[in-house]
Design a protein around this ligand. Structure first.
Ligand code: NAD
Ligand code: DAU
Length: 348
């Protein structure tokens, strides 16, 4: 028996593979990933020999129905966890179409094959990894609960909300065993440096400007990636069919605060005088920028006993240390494609 996990070469998918194979010595994973600009097999290079024996990598697209059928025919699949997605909001503003293709149609293709091989006695699980962004933006107070109406603003969040509704439709119509998780912003090792935290670490280390969108007072609710992986494991194993679970650790911070925390810790670690707040540059704001996200995680805490374990103060240091110890990883992922996106998004 194996779990089919998609998007394993990305940030959260790769962290999940390590977490799950290390915790469950009897479990096997088949990892499917298209290896887009965001997918990097180096992210999985720290699996040991024993873990590698329980992990099979397949390069492919979640839209490839024949490949999915072949995987099902050749393996006994106990469930699907779908991480695969186009995940960057700024890219979705420049080029929305691939977001619809991967995030909506890809999810439907997975569900189609999942349904075809579904066994009512085994009730295999389909877990869709979604995001808090489907709820839109909050004012200065309040939290997203599972009952908050969907109100996505960016092409990215609209595509994720659409995928959530397709998952719901497959549950409601065909009675499949599905769950959806909606997590807040993750941080940790292996995050692609187009996202706020690794981008700021990389730029600061290279004494480059730190581009803060608008006034920098937008709020995100940060969760260490391993805590997200633990929540996913719980929902995959114990989530009630058809339910949505919000995931977040009540750790709201303004973007500008995050940037200053990174500068301060890098100054301390590198004794680098050139890393200072003078590098901060307020740039043009993101179009349709959501002002605040904040999760109410009561349901997953009460129903499944999930609690975040890593405090932000500790997790951010662990994360920055990881990037300092893995400069080669960063150099490899900053390819021509990355530089082209950077120029397009931030100007010259
Ligand atoms: P990521 O961009 O780092 O990784 C996405 C992975 O999916 C990459 O390895 C990429 O190659 C792969 N992929 C893309 N298109 C594919 C396709 N058509 N077929 C197969 N593989 C494909 O993203 P991430 O930050 O790890 O996010 C993973 C999931 O979690 C996404 O669904 C995202 O919406 C969700 N999520 C992310 C966060 C966050 O803070 N990063 C928070 C909540 C939810
Ligand atoms: O909330 C969950 C979501 O978190 C996930 O669904 C997305 O996949 C993930 O990318 C993330 O989305 P955000 O848009 O919140 O993350 P990002 O790292 O792109 O930006 C975080 C905040 O920082 C946001 O308010 C925009 C701001 N920002 C970002 C970048 C890259 C800047 O000010 N400057 C930047 O250069």
């Amino acid at each position: 028996m194996s779990i089919l996990v998609t998007g394993v070469a990305g940030f959260i998918g790769s962290n999940f593979v390590y977490y799950y194979l290390r915790k469950h010595k009897d479990k096997k994973i088949i990892g499917l990933d298209k290896l887009t600009y965001a997918g990097n097999l180096d992210n999985l290079s720290k699996l040991n020999e024993e873990e590698k024996n329980r992990f099979t990598f397949i390069k492919g697209d979640i839209n490839d129905i024949e490949l999915l059928e072949k995987i099902y025919k050749e393996n006994e699949i106990e469930g699907i966890i779908n991480f695969a997605a186009e995940s960057h909001v700024d890219r979705s503003i420049h080029d929305p179409q691939i977001f619809l293709k991967t995030n909506i149609l890809g999810t439907q293709t997975l569900l189609h094959v999942f349904k075809k091989y579904y066994d009512e006695r085994k009730r295999q699980k389909f877990l869709q990894i979604s995001t808090d962004e489907v709820y839109g933006a909050l004012g200065p107070t309040g939290y997203f609960t599972e009952k908050t109406p969907l109100d996505p603003h960016s092409p990215y969040s609209a595509s994720k909300a659409s995928a959530d509704l397709i998952v719901k439709a497959y549950h409601d119509t065909y009675g499949l065993n599905t769950n959806i998780t909606r997590c807040s912003n993750n941080y940790g090792p292996y995050q692609f440096p187009e996202k706020l935290i690794p981008l700021m670490i990389n730029n600061a280390l290279n004494h480059k400007e730190l581009p803060v969108y608008g006034d920098g007072k937008q709020i995100r609710d940060w969760l260490y990636v391993e805590d997200h992986c633990k929540a996913i494991e719980l929902v995959f194993e114990k989530g009630r069919s058809g339910e949505v679970y919000n995931i977040g650790g009540h750790n709201e911070k303004e973007n500008i605060e995050i940037v200053k925390i990174i500068i301060e810790y890098l100054q301390e670690k590198t004794k680098g005088e050139k890393i200072n707040e003078g590098l901060i540059k307020h740039v043009k704001d993101r179009l349709g920028h959501d002002r605040r996200y904040a999760i109410d995680p009561t349901k997953i805490k009460e129903e499944l006993g999930w609690e975040p374990e890593t405090k932000f103060e500790e997790g951010i240091k662990r994360t920055i240390d990881w990037y300092l110890e893995n400069k080669e990883w960063m150099e490899k992922v900053i390819t021509g494609e990355y530089l082209e996106f950077y120029r397009r998004n931030y100007g010259s």
